[in-house]
Design a protein around this ligand. Structure first.
Ligand SMILES: *Cc1c(COP(=O)(O)O)cnc(C)c1O
Length: 387
């Protein structure tokens, strides 16, 4: 984009890695076949590419290829998981448990399920944003069929204790769905070790293209059955009909393959940048607070509240830096973030919060420039603010 702009919004989306783009390109043109075409070489080649990508996605999360269902993104995968379980297991119980800090894709789907007669418990979180396992244990009843907890939070980056949550759900015999849109590709995710039954992921959060994602659906110990939400030609084991977008799927696979090889080293590099950003801000400004647990958080997330400044004015002053604020996360609305509110922040402080998202193409020089710009602007706004 513009040369004088710095992109620090990697939790909103990531650019397609040029290596991924290169792998995708032939599937738009010469390798354009429909993977469902069984009678000729165009279809066979596309199908082979789709199945190779399915294996790459599965390998990144410790699943088997047959457990991967391609969708248009994490939002659709989440809808399929929640509505699919609700539709299939309603006779067993009509209670679902989730968390107040979830992404809108989960919260709004739960609201829709409430409209059709399900009861949903929204667990709160303490100031550090981490779910309390004892509280989850107490919330599970004989009616509970599903627990839905995000692995890493998109706003404050906190990482939930997933292995503990998985063990608890398995012990209680309820399915666990995990919104993994922010964790897959950023930190290790293993559906076996974490006893995850359903996991949603999104390509555009891990340097793949927009418009493609996947749902992991456990096939054994225990098998999860879902009610399909989109009907048509019976693609994807009947769970998600519609012609598969081969180029996008190939891109998702390639993006996952890069992460199988590089996730660890990339995480270390990004974490150093994250710590540099936060210590730069903290050492030069008072009245700043890091939102979310300081230790259990994504390598690439810093969410900071700046006391004594107006959030909108601050964001406007950072015109050349692409970040998100503690409001307007749901595009048009200017409501303060429901996540920051759940941590106990008041409206003004929530609005005066900024999410810095660091990623694959962020440089140390960019971090230093951002620290300088933020510090200068906060000092200037505080000096001119009416007291
Ligand atoms: C981005 C995101 C989603 C939605 O993913 P899409 O692929 O854009 O539909 C859901 N949950 C979380 C935590 C996200 O960050």
């Amino acid at each position: 984009m513009q040369r004088n702009h710095i992109y620090l919004d990697y939790q909103a989306t990531t650019p397609v890695d040029p290596r991924v783009m290169e792998v995708m390109l032939p599937y738009f043109t010469e390798k354009f076949g429909n993977p469902a075409s069984k009678s000729h070489v165009y279809g066979w080649a596309a199908r082979e590419a789709v199945e190779a990508a399915r294996s790459q996605v599965a390998a990144l999360i410790g699943a088997t290829p047959r457990e991967i269902i391609f969708t248009s993104g994490a939002t659709e995968a989440i809808n399929l998981a929640l509505k699919g379980v609700a539709g299939m297991y309603a006779s067993k119980g009509r209670h679902i448990i989730t968390v107040a800090t979830e992404h809108r894709a989960v919260l709004d789907t739960c609201k829709a399920l409430e409209q059709s007669g399900f009861k949903v418990t929204y667990l709160g979180v303490p100031e550090n944003g981490l779910l309390d396992l004892d509280e989850l244990r107490r919330a599970i009843t004989g009616e509970t069929i599903l627990v839905s907890v995000m692995h890493a939070n998109n706003e404050i980056g906190v990482i939930q204790p997933m292995a503990g949550i998985g063990a608890l759900c398995r012990e209680k015999g309820v399915f666990l769905h995990v919104d993994g849109a922010q964790s897959v590709g950023k930190i290790p995710v293993d559906v076996q070790a974490m006893r995850i039954d359903l996991l949603a992921l999104s390509a555009h959060k891990l340097y793949g293209p927009m418009g493609i994602g996947a749902l992991y659906v456990r096939r054994r110990n225990p098998q999860v059955r879902l009610k399909a939400q989109i009907h048509g030609g019976g693609h994807e084991r009947g769970l998600r009909s519609g012609s598969l977008p081969t180029p996008l799927i190939v891109g998702l696979g390639a993006a996952c393959q890069i992460l199988i090889d590089e996730l660890h080293a990339e995480g270390q590099r990004i974490q150093i940048l994250r710590d540099r950003l936060w210590s730069g801000i903290r050492s030069r400004l008072d009245q700043v607070q890091l939102n979310g647990d300081p230790h259990h958080r994504l390598p690439g997330n810093v969410n900071v509240s700046f006391g004594g400044v107006d959030g909108n004015t601050l964001l406007a002053s950072l015109a050349n830096i692409a970040v998100s604020s503690g409001s307007a996360c749901t595009s048009e609305s200017t409501e303060p973030s429901h996540v920051l509110r759940a941590l106990g922040l008041d409206d003004a402080l929530a609005r005066a919060s900024i999410r810095f998202g660091i990623g694959r193409f962020t440089t140390e020089a960019e971090i230093d420039a951002v620290v300088n710009t933020v510090v200068e602007n906060v000092e200037r706004l505080r000096a001119t603010a009416p007291h």
